[in-house]
Ligand binder design. Structure first.
Ligand SMILES: *Cc1c(COP(=O)(O)O)cnc(C)c1O
Ligand code: SF4
Length: 468
């Protein structure tokens, strides 16, 4: 079990930005933008950081380290957040949040662990707060080209909750809930509770729907690789983890499976105290080894502050059991959009044996325009990250082409009109002959280009020019 000292880490150099100021944006140099006091990737927090939160002040390490306690205290409403934080933040913060929720595609859901890692003395600039707690004052108008299900997952789904876009791999969504709800979720069309802005497509966790998916997978000999996502596989029971894993591994055509989960980031405690679940996963990994098939876990960390002593201990247990964990990160403005923040994240992931696999450019989904970055920011950060550590721990920076083109290297647009923020991608092995458009956030463009986007005819002309 982890050991903890009782002195919370304080940052002597932390400067609180003026209230309401915009979070740090893209143009920052390598050593100046750490938003966290711990600048080394090896300095993992092992203090009792949660005790500064009024509602958790009495919780000991054993309680806070228990996944059931974490689940019981998960915050899903403004009233609960207010009761948890007490007077740590002013009342105006909660009013801002109420208004933010009214315009958000994802409902509120955050674990005590992540909540306690937020710097509540500077919540506006905190990279964890920004990902999970929507504030109306930072929401921006959507780009006119945004839409829900921007990746066209439903169109590429032969069975509800099974997206078959690439020749040899498919994405299976067994159920629609997660241990946390990320503001920026690309699957906001189906994941989580209905909100004021969107009624979700229903993906019930029924045996009948799963069987339909397995039958389809079995009927397509070219399919070798299944991503089990969601929703989040953390929210599947131990029994279901094993049933799904066995069922897929026993199909002769399937060579590789991956369980996708945000859970390691949100609730690493589960790997330390939910033995039944970890044992079930371990048995699937062992079965894979016996059958000479690959089983991996795909996690999702976006900032170095999300990786603590709990994470190190959780990953330690998984490593002992031979469970390979990769990471898929989402690039977000004011969260990880600087070379320094991304390099620290990549090094820290590598340090705890998580293999950085992808960094995704934020998808063009509505309601989270303040989190999107232009393509050139991804290109710039990639140049800085490459070379900072082992090549095999250097993530590929990709853009999931809107409309179903699949993942494309950020350095490979066929055209990039930076002035108007329009890039064009092609994907010969996925959708031959088609062009895919990506649009930088309008707020990142100069004022003339911003004006052009308000004019429908100019819009059409800019897009036609880029398409050539
Ligand atoms: C991302 C994704 C996959 C897996 O792609 P990899 O590049 O192999 O990680 C499979 N199917 C769909 C629909 C996806 O979006
Ligand atoms: S954990 Fe993944 S699927 Fe769930 S809300 Fe976050 S991004 Fe969406």
């Amino acid at each position: 079990m982890p050991t903890y000292t009782t002195n919370p880490v304080q940052d002597p150099e932390h400067v609180d930005p003026p209230a309401g100021s915009a979070p740090a944006s893209a143009s920052t140099s390598l050593h100046t933008t750490l938003t966290h006091p711990l600048s080394s990737h090896r300095d993992l927090r092992r203090d009792e950081f949660w005790r500064t939160i009024p509602a958790y002040a009495q919780a000991g390490a054993a309680e806070f380290g228990d996944h059931k306690w974490q689940q019981r205290h998960t915050v899903t409403s403004v009233a609960q957040l207010r009761a948890t934080l007490g007077t740590l933040v002013p009342e105006s913060f909660f009013a801002d949040l109420e208004a933010g929720i009214a315009h958000a595609p994802m409902s509120l859901r955050i674990s005590p662990y992540l909540l306690a890692l937020v710097d509540w003395l500077a919540p506006l600039s905190d990279p964890i707060r920004r990902q999970f707690i929507p504030l109306h004052t930072e929401q921006q108008h959507d780009h006119p080209m945004l839409r829900f299900d921007s990746l066209n997952e439903r169109e590429d789904s032969p069975v509800a909750g099974l997206t078959h876009r690439y020749a040899d791999k498919a994405l299976f969504l067994p159920q629609p809930s997660c241990p946390v709800y990320c503001r920026f979720c690309t699957r906001s069309y189906a994941v989580g509770n209905d909100t004021e802005v969107i009624e979700k497509m229903k993906l019930p966790a029924t045996a009948a729907r799963w069987e339909e998916a397995f039958a389809y997978i079995e009927s397509k000999p070219q399919l070798e690789d299944i991503v089990i996502s969601g929703g989040d596989t953390y929210n599947l029971s131990a029994g279901h983890i094993e049933t799904i894993g066995r069922r897929l591994l026993e199909l002769p055509n399937i060579r590789r499976i991956r369980y996708a989960t945000k859970g390691l980031c949100v609730l690493p405690q589960k790997m330390l105290t939910d033995d039944a679940w970890l044992d079930a996963l371990t048995r699937v990994v062992e079965l894979g080894r016996k059958l000479h098939k690959d089983v991996a876990v795909h996690s999702h960390f976006n900032h170095a502050n999300e990786i603590t002593g709990f994470t190190e201990d959780a990953l330690g247990r998984m490593t002992e059991r031979g469970i390979h964990v990769r990471c898929q990160t989402v690039l977000q403005r004011g969260v990880n959009d600087s070379p320094a923040a991304m390099t620290l994240l990549v090094r820290r992931l590598s340090y705890v044996n998580v293999h950085p696999y992808y960094v995704y450019v934020h998808d063009m989904v509505p309601g989270v325009e303040d989190l999107r970055t232009p393509l050139h920011v991804a290109q710039k950060i990639e140049r800085h990250v490459r070379g900072a550590t082992a090549g095999f721990n250097t993530p590929a920076f990709v853009l999931d082409a809107p409309g179903g083109g699949g993942k494309r290297d950020v350095h490979t647009p066929d055209v990039y009109d930076r002035e108007n923020g329009i890039s064009v991608f092609t994907a010969p092995s996925v959708k031959p002959g088609k062009q895919f458009l990506f649009f930088d956030p309008i707020a990142s463009l100069d004022t003339e280009a911003q004006w052009r986007w308000t004019q429908p005819t100019q819009r059409r002309e800019m897009i036609d020019a880029a398409l050539g």
